[in-house]
Design a protein around this ligand. Structure first.
Ligand code: HEM
Length: 423
């Protein structure tokens, strides 16, 4: 079954994700009419669009049958893929982090930092994260009742948390922010290095330059942590061993890059979407202020609502069948997370924001062997931030039209103008 051309073009269109409605409409159509079908958008290799929640879980569960590393893990054009392979000696990937690995490497490399990311270890960070949250809440109070929450708060709070865990000094944070935004947001002219809409070649050049900057930066951190280990995440990476050997240079750099990038943009987007939802729902705001035990449910719903990671790709390692469709060895597949999170078979009234969902089984963190390693950190940061702000804020409303960033990979609100009263 072939997806109609206009729908196929929409589900890869960065502008459609920014506008939200076209993407919701396209996925709603696909879930109902052709939940697992081939798409052939112009200039892009054919792929299967996996739009049902159950099928997304099925693919993610079978990580030997559906690989991450054989083809590009993110949506890319035929032209960019060709250039990337020329650049990377045949590999479709710019970096080799957990995301691009399959077993046995994936398991071995994931094991290295798994314990660091577990809730028991993260508890040690809780009071420091609360201090950081308070600084941002104070900053909002100092701004005198108006701010752009996306730009003034959501962008910097998770950035500061992850940079502290990596041991990046505060003075270098703006540089790290810029680098991350270019890696994830290079389709948005407001966020990329040149400040104008780039064609794919220019975007590739900017991303390559960005990765080069990261490597120079984290080389210095590796040397420092080998000489003076501190127990932070960078020390775990710099001194870690896989199969009895220290990480090779490329793998170590890729590890820093995935932690430094995945670790904040996703959370920033979720927080910005969360305050936007709150500003439009005074009833939810009142309920949360009266009863902070509702916060974990609120956090979970903001993660479903925002779905900041729009897709990851997999490829089949053998001929197989999925939901009655024949999938051939080597076929490329798009896990459509925003669609899974609006699946009518799993979520009651999926287009409503509700903190009363029981067992919110969203797929925003993925599933299976690659499920987001930072999910407990993200939840903790956001719960603490909402606890702190709800204790201080009396009223909140939108002071302008929020705007989303333009990307088909990681995106969310880049501007949420707010008016509020604080004590
Ligand atoms: C709301 C915030 C976040 C969202 C929505 C999110 C989402 C995701 C998703 C969808 C995946 C891929 C899962 C899969 O393939 O099944 C992933 C993987 C990953 N995430 Fe997150 N993430 C968030 C926060 C974080 C944080 C705070 C970190 C901290 C460093 C982090 C680090 C990673 C890493 C290292 C991976 C690769 C794991 C692997 O392939 O084994 N993420 N994340």
């Amino acid at each position: 079954m072939m997806i109609p051309q206009d729908i196929a073009n929409t589900i890869v269109d960065p502008l459609a994700y920014a506008a939200e409605k076209p993407i919701d409409k396209a996925f709603k159509f696909l879930r109902k009419e052709m939940p697992l079908a081939r798409a052939e958008p112009e200039g892009i290799s054919p792929f299967w669009a996996i739009t049902k929640h159950a099928d997304i879980l099925e693919v993610e569960k079978q990580n030997e049958l559906f690989h991450n590393g054989d083809l590009s893990t993110v949506m890319t054009t035929i032209e960019v893929d060709k250039k990337m392979r020329q650049l990377m000696g045949g590999s479709p990937h710019l970096v080799r982090s957990l995301v691009q690995m399959d077993n046995p490497d994936h398991m071995a490399y994931r094991h290295l930092t798994q314990a660091w990311f577990l809730p028991q270890n993260l508890k040690r960070l809780e009071s420091r994260v609360r201090d950081i949250a308070r600084v941002f809440v104070d900053r909002m109070a100092d701004m005198g009742g108006t701010c752009d929450f996306a730009k003034d708060v959501a962008l910097y709070f998770p950035l500061h948390v992850i940079m502290e865990t990596l041991g990046v000094p505060e003075a270098d944070e703006p540089r790290m922010l810029k680098l991350t935004q270019e890696l994830f947001g290079s389709q948005d002219p407001d966020l990329n290095r040149t400040g104008k809409k780039m064609n794919f070649e220019e975007a590739m050049a900017a991303v390559q330059e960005t990765v080069g900057d990261f490597i120079t930066y984290f080389n210095a951190i590796t040397e420092d942590r080998r000489a003076h280990p501190t127990g932070d995440l960078s020390s775990v990476i710099a001194n870690g061993q896989v199969n009895g050997q220290p990480l090779d240079h490329f793998a170590a750099m890729s590890y820093y890059i995935i932690a430094a990038t995945a670790g904040h943009d996703t959370t920033s987007n979720t927080m910005a979407a969360g305050i936007w939802a709150l500003a439009e729902r005074p009833d939810v705001f009142r309920r949360l202020k009266a009863d902070t035990s509702l916060l974990p449910a609120f956090v979970e719903e903001t993660i479903r609502w925002a779905t900041p990671v729009k897709h990851f790709m997999r490829s089949a390692t053998a001929d197989t069948q999925l939901s009655g469709q024949k999938i051939a060895k080597g076929d490329w597949m798009m896990l459509c997370y925003p669609s899974g999170n609006r699946d009518e078979d799993v979520f009651v009234d999926p287009f409503a924001f509700s903190i009363d969902r029981s067992g919110n089984k969203h797929v925003s963190f993925g599933y299976g062997a690659h499920v987001c390693i930072g999910q407990h950190l993200a939840r903790m940061e956001m719960r603490i931030f909402w606890e702190e702000i709800l204790g201080r804020i009396e009223s909140i409303e939108l002071a302008g039209e929020p705007k989303n960033s333009v990307s088909n990979f990681v995106c969310g609100p880049k501007s949420v103008p707010l008016r509020y009263n604080m004590i």
